[in-house]
Design a protein around this ligand. Structure first.
Ligand SMILES: Cc1ncc(COP(=O)(O)O)c(C=O)c1O
Length: 476
């Protein structure tokens, strides 16, 4: 019988270099390729054969198909003119780490299933913690620790479930949430990411029990507003269990009063989670660290996404806990087939107990390569470069008639609008997105449409910000 499913190592080596060459060429085209796909819904589907191909082809053929059929459906998040949403950088060193992770084929559900996957992740998280200046209570030496999750959404869900079970001594896990008998409430700023509400839905707490706290003029949540909401809820019998403070909101990068919010949480035994998904990367720079990590020393959990600004390609979200035990208690279910001596000994970390999924890939390797081959200093310099560019844009905007800042600049995020209102703002946004060299998206601030300019791709330079400012000026 032939062994047609196997590929020789020689063939792998040859094909891998073809793929690497193709990928390098593709990356090079980021500066000139149109950013938004011109595909209409269904175009790409129609161009692909409906029937599953039966005969294998060589990798060259697939690469040619990729170019002709799939590349037209790509959006170039790697373009230097990409200012939309947040950056989703894929640093070449991280990509190589990811490639190695795939090649090594590790399955890190248990320490036993891959000691390397587990312990490299523990060390990588500790390195990153140090690079960001986060407190050492998040390290494994005591009861803390860090884990790589797929996304910040999963991280907040995991922490909410842990908080729910901590507050109810496991009753919610055993019997389900009984909102009538025990109305658990969850808090976040009205500008917090929608993943908090989603977590409330999934954790069975109920959307009615979510309390978005109104934000102040800077769009951040004040401790005072949080406390006011909390006291009103407690007076009517609520049981507050969880607060998500945001450092760098999705809309305009607002930063909540984390230190003061932490005090309120401590007074009422409320789990404080910090979502610094985008802005967390800025803590690698000495210049920005203090404002990013403020209050972390009192948080129960702290999360940021290296897959956004830092360059550890998607997916890679880092979560640290001051006390890992409530999370493990909430997540741990052990069928017979997973029982093993190292786990029973209690001396190892089994990451399957740190999130929803069981199986997990070796994501730490992309952080490993990024930190070893690019280095923390260079990442700090990148952040500073991007913030300088956004200051430049801020100055340019100040000189453009009819355009104003919609919120104070936050790090490398600038929000602007047309003074004539939403329609005029939309016209400017359309002009930015028109010719494929630049991209931006929008948000609402105090009810009015605003254009978000998130500066942060690996390749962005002043010339790209100048080009953006010119388009804004001409369309204003
Ligand atoms: C502040 C903030 N939190 C959470 C998220 C969700 O991120 P993820 O895609 O990792 O779930 C985002 C996404 O942009 C965000 O801006």
């Amino acid at each position: 019988m032939s062994r047609a499913w196997r590929t020789s190592t020689e063939a792998f080596e040859r094909d891998a270099s073809l793929v690497a060459k193709w990928a390098a060429q593709h990356m090079q085209e980021a500066a000139t390729a149109p950013i938004w796909s011109a595909c209409s819904p269904g175009d790409l589907l129609k161009s692909l054969p409906e029937a599953c191909p039966s005969d294998p082809v060589d990798v060259e053929t697939v690469l040619a198909e990729l170019k002709s059929h799939i590349v037209p459906g790509l959006v170039r998040w790697d373009a230097p003119g990409w200012f939309a949403w947040f950056p989703s950088n894929a640093h070449p060193h991280a990509l190589l780490g990811d490639l190695l992770a795939s090649c090594l084929g590790q399955q890190g559900m248990l320490w036993l299933s891959s000691p390397a996957c587990t312990e490299v992740e523990m060390r990588a998280l500790s390195w990153l913690r140090q690079a960001l200046g986060l407190p050492d209570r998040f390290d494994f030496d005591g009861v803390g620790g860090g884990v790589i999750q797929d996304t910040a959404s999963s991280a907040v869900l995991s922490c909410l479930v842990a908080a729910r079970d901590r507050a109810t001594q496991g009753r919610a896990r055993r019997d389900g949430v009984d909102s009538a008998a025990e109305p658990l409430t969850v808090y976040a700023s009205g500008e917090a990411h929608s993943s908090v509400l989603k977590a409330v839905h999934i954790a069975g707490i109920g959307a009615r029990q979510f309390r978005p706290v109104p934000v102040g003029p800077g769009q951040g949540m004040s401790a005072e507003a949080f406390k006011e909401q909390l006291e009103a809820d407690m007076a009517s019998g609520a049981r507050p269990i969880f607060c998500c403070a945001t450092v760098g909101s999705t809309g305009c990068g607002a930063i909540d009063e984390v230190e003061e919010i932490a005090e309120v949480c401590a007074a009422h035994d409320i789990w404080l989670h910090v979502d610094a998904a985008w802005a967390g990367t800025a803590a690698v720079s000495d210049a920005f660290r203090p404002s990013i990590i403020a209050g972390a020393d009192r948080a129960d959990s702290w999360c940021f996404n290296p897959h956004k600004w830092m360059g550890a390609n998607f997916d890679c979200s880092c979560l640290w806990l001051a006390d890992r035990r409530p999370l493990i208690d909430a997540m741990s279910v052990t069928p017979e087939y997973l029982r093993n001596d190292p786990t029973e000994s209690g001396s190892v970390i089994d990451y399957r107990d740190w999130h929803v999924q069981l199986g997990r890939r070796f994501r730490a390797l992309k952080i490993w390569l990024l930190l070893r081959c690019t280095g923390v200093k260079a990442l700090g310099a990148m952040v500073e470069h991007h913030v300088e560019l956004s200051k430049l844009l801020e100055r340019r905007i100040a000189s453009i008639a009819n355009i104003e800042l919609a919120a104070p600049r936050s790090l490398a995020l600038v929000c602007l609008r047309h003074v004539d209102g939403d329609e005029a703002t939309q016209r400017v946004l359309d002009a930015i997105n028109q010719d494929g060299a630049l991209a931006a998206t929008h948000c609402r601030i105090d009810g009015a449409k605003a254009i978000r300019i998130a500066i942060g791709t690996l390749a962005v330079e002043q010339e790209h910000v100048d080009a953006l400012a010119r388009v804004i000026e001409l369309s204003a």
